[in-house]
Design a protein around this ligand. Structure first.
Ligand code: FE
Ligand code: FE
Ligand code: ZN
Length: 273
């Protein structure tokens, strides 16, 4: 069965997110590990986590996606910014141990003029520091739109990061439909070709999650503005083909479209078909 859900606010805890997911017909969801702009995470409420895990088991919610704050920049030119990214990442991974099977997705970062090669090196350095042997969580690099100096707009850059990571068994990729389309991968005209390219450069076995978003901007715009499903340049038909593609079966699909819960419920229904 199609595993689909959306981004939910974690402010009321895990059990609440589980209940919200079920209420909109979702069987997975994504949440920020802390305020998306960074800052401190509140203490994990283990009772809430336990209640959630029971609830998720009973309601068929599985393979949820944690999203790192998007201000985290592992390849900043400023050592203080990199140190903040490392501490945040390490702390998040420790908490993730309480959510067995959940994956941790992050934006590789922006090299801010140092060049993609240097960016790739710094990102891999951070991963080699935080992926300690006793940790179990899969860490996902998100495919990016290639806005500004973002690293990860090309599959080759993600492959370059993975190649430098020692604990490769912990590494995966999350494909964002808006981002790859904005980056110049034509998932509308040639989805099979894009997946073949992903397989050739990264390996499809690394693909662990998908962000399902339409795009406000045209193909190859390098913009990264999400649109509601069917209201953007990608369109419902192409996104329907993504979530039902046989090579992507069993992956968690998460909507990150500009919606409230009722809008998400409609989009989930549309995409289930
Ligand atoms: Fe993201
Ligand atoms: Fe995304
Ligand atoms: Zn985005």
């Amino acid at each position: 069965m199609l595993r689909i859900g959306c981004h939910l606010s974690s402010s009321k805890g895990f059990l609440h997110m589980g209940e919200e997911a079920v209420s909109i017909g979702a069987n997975t969801f994504q949440f920020f590990t802390r305020n998306p702009r960074g800052s401190r995470a509140k203490q994990l409420d283990l009772q809430d986590v336990r209640a959630y895990l029971d609830y998720a088991g009973a309601h068929g919610i599985g393979r949820i996606v944690a999203h790192a704050p998007y201000t985290l920049n592992p390849c900043s030119g400023d050592p203080k910014v990199r140190e903040f990214a490392r501490l945040t990442f390490a702390d998040d991974l420790e908490r993730m141990e309480y959510l067995p099977g959940a994956v941790y997705n992050f934006h590789p970062g922006s090299h801010v003029g140092q060049g993609a090669e240097k960016g790739i090196e710094l990102i891999a350095d951070l991963l080699n520091e935080v992926l300690r042997p006793e940790l179990h969580t899969k860490v996902l690099l998100e495919t990016m739109a290639g806005k500004g100096t973002e690293v990860g707009g090309r599959f080759e850059e993600l492959a370059g990061i993975i190649a430098r990571v020692e604990r490769k068994e912990c590494m995966g990729v999350c494909l964002d439909t808006c981002h790859v389309y904005d980056a110049g991968y034509d998932i509308v005209g040639d989805l099979d070709g894009v997946l073949a390219e992903f397989d050739r450069v990264i390996g499809l076995e690394r693909l662990q999650a998908v962000h399902v978003n339409d795009s406000k901007n045209p193909f190859q715009s390098h913009k990264d503005r999400h649109e509601r499903i069917g209201e953007g340049s990608i369109g419902l038909e192409a996104l329907y083909r993504v979530v039902h593609h046989p090579l992507l079966a069993d992956l968690p699909f998460c909507l990150e479209t500009p919606n409230e819960l009722d809008g998400y419920a409609r989009e989930i229904q549309m995409l289930r078909g």
